[in-house]
Design a protein around this ligand. Structure first.
Ligand SMILES: [Zn+2]
Ligand SMILES: [Zn+2]
Length: 343
């Protein structure tokens, strides 16, 4: 099969690679669409690059079942499916509590096993057994279905923040995941304030329903946010970026009793300082979220199936696997909202 193989930092090559076959309990999916996530780009540029190289990145996969291993039941060759990308044990303390993304034995597509930037993907029994291979209705396009995974991550984020209708959600960053947060927050009935340094991104946020769009490079955005929220700050603040200084600078825009969620993965080794008196007397929830549970993944697929959130307009660029290097370049230069690889 053809695959995008990562050989090292910034070194990705389109090459022939052995096509996987299904072991006991495993499923092989013929990839139809693979989403390109910020994590893939960060990894490719050296942040958290796995030791065993070459490897195949990509954890947002939809396609058609090409082979079912022995003991797999309920699935057939030709089934159209979306894939929850984390393989979990189902037995540890965290799995039993339904917090699968915190599993002590987790691995998954693009970390530990080969991912979706390839013509075929092997899904281990740990993904199959937790219902991580989810069948798609015939009339749902692969392009919509591939957005289930990123949507589930923002769904988990807003669940943790307990976003209520009518409340203010301040979203720092209007990149692809900031825009996904915006869509999910509007779905929850919240008022959204989008903040970004790039006007093009804010323009997209405005088109997607943001109530307020602020560029810190051009306005005193903090004063504006205080005005919008009657001086109280936002009930929910989401850092949909991983820049510690930006996180630190915006903490106090959280309303008393509100939640600040660090959603974007920050780089290792950088600290922020937090006033414990403020945390205590203002009863602030300072938290983080990443990924989602298999249940949340299926709930998000249902939201997409019911057309409750329009997701497709997040896709700005479509590439073939042969053009993968172009995709990396465009993502690195923040030239695209969200790119997908179509097989
Ligand atoms: Zn992702
Ligand atoms: Zn577990």
């Amino acid at each position: 099969m053809k695959a995008a193989l990562v050989h090292g930092k910034g070194d990705i090559r389109i090459e022939e690679y052995p096509t996987p076959s299904a072991g006991e309990g495993e499923i092989i999916v013929r990839t139809k669409v693979s989403g390109i996530c910020a994590t893939d780009i960060k990894t490719l540029l050296g942040q958290g690059l796995p030791k065993d190289l070459p490897t195949i990145l990509g954890h947002e996969v939809v396609g058609e079942i090409a082979e079912c291993g022995k003991t797999v039941s309920g699935y057939h060759v030709g089934d159209r499916v979306a894939v929850y990308p984390i393989a979990v044990c189902g037995k540890c303390h965290f799995c039993k509590k339904g917090r699968h993304n915190l599993c002590e034995n987790e691995f998954g597509l693009a970390h530990g096993i080969e991912g979706g930037f390839a013509e075929y993907v092997r899904l281990p029994k740990e993904i199959v057994n937790i219902g991580g291979v989810v069948k798609l209705p015939d009339d749902l396009s692969y392009e919509k279905a591939v957005l289930t995974e990123p949507l589930s991550c923002v769904y988990a984020s807003l669940k943790t923040c307990k976003v209520e209708a009518g409340s203010h959600v301040l979203i720092l960053g209007a990149g692809p995941m900031g825009l996904m947060h915006l869509k999910m927050a509007k779905w929850a009935g919240a008022k959204v304030i989008s903040v970004d340094l790039l006007d093009e991104r804010l323009e997209t946020a405005r088109k997607m329903g943001a109530d307020y769009c602020l560029n810190p490079g051009k306005t005193d955005h903090k004063a504006e946010i205080r005005k919008i929220t009657d001086g109280k700050g936002a009930e929910t603040v989401i850092a949909s970026l991983g820049i510690p200084s930006v996180i630190e600078e915006h903490l106090t825009l959280t309303r008393k009793g509100g939640t600040f969620n660090i959603f974007g993965g920050p780089p290792a080794g950088q600290m922020i300082s937090v006033d414990p008196r403020w945390l205590h007397y203002c009863e602030i929830n300072l938290t983080g979220t990443f990924a989602a549970s298999p249940v949340q993944f299926r709930e998000c697929l249902d939201i997409i199936i019911r057309n409750e959130i329009e997701v497709e307009d997040i896709i700005s660029d479509r590439f073939s696997l042969d053009d993968f290097l172009k995709a990396v370049e465009r993502a690195r230069n923040q030239k695209m909202i969200r790119g997908i690889v179509v097989f």
